[in-house]
Write a protein that binds this ligand. Structure first.
Ligand SMILES: [Zn+2]
Ligand SMILES: [Zn+2]
Length: 174
């Protein structure tokens, strides 16, 4: 049985985390541990871009993850990038231990100015399941009903399904 550690970094709203985790449990029948962290993320900040380099944060988290069982997913509220993209919703070590998801661009108010907590939770669960899927060795899936479909924009996050398709489930033995 796998164990997932969810590590919210510098989060101000623990209630939101609780709601995301209770929704996450519907799709992931694994033990989920919560490990809030306070980490200064300045080392990953790019002044030119005004964003945080997600690969650097993942590298920084490896020692935190080393001593725990299972997968380790960090949740952040800062905007993430990797050099080839203008932004990323998250990043994961394929077949590895650590992944990261940013909530910045999952907030509906980022786009329309209107806040929608239910949508934020749904988008967060999708992106968490997606990055964990990479940690479990899954690559992108062509099935739009599958959470492992790639999503370059928020529309694609909303279009794709919230669960793994039967094929992806079989691959990760869910
Ligand atoms: Zn992906
Ligand atoms: Zn799939």
């Amino acid at each position: 049985m796998s164990v997932i550690t969810i590590a919210p970094i510098n989060f101000s709203n623990p209630e939101l985390i609780d709601k995301i985790i209770s929704e996450l449990k519907k799709y992931l029948p694994y033990k989920i541990n919560l490990q809030p962290l306070q980490i200064n993320l300045n080392f990953a900040y790019s002044v030119e871009r005004g964003q945080y380099y997600s690969t650097k944060i993942i590298q920084h988290l490896l020692p935190f993850a080393e001593n725990i069982n299972g997968k380790f997913l960090a949740l952040v509220e800062v905007d993430l990038f990797i050099p080839v993209f203008t932004y990323v919703f998250g990043e994961a070590q394929l077949n590895g231990k650590v992944s990261i998801v940013s909530l910045t661009r999952l907030h509906e108010e980022f786009y329309s100015g209107i806040s929608d907590e239910k949508l934020l939770i749904e988008r967060s669960v999708k992106e968490i399941l997606h990055e964990l899927g990479h940690n479990f060795g899954l690559i992108h899936c062509k099935d739009w009903d599958c959470v492992m479909h790639s999503s370059l924009g928020i529309e694609e996050v909303d279009i794709k399904g919230i669960d793994y398709c039967s094929n992806c489930k079989r691959l990760i033995r869910l």
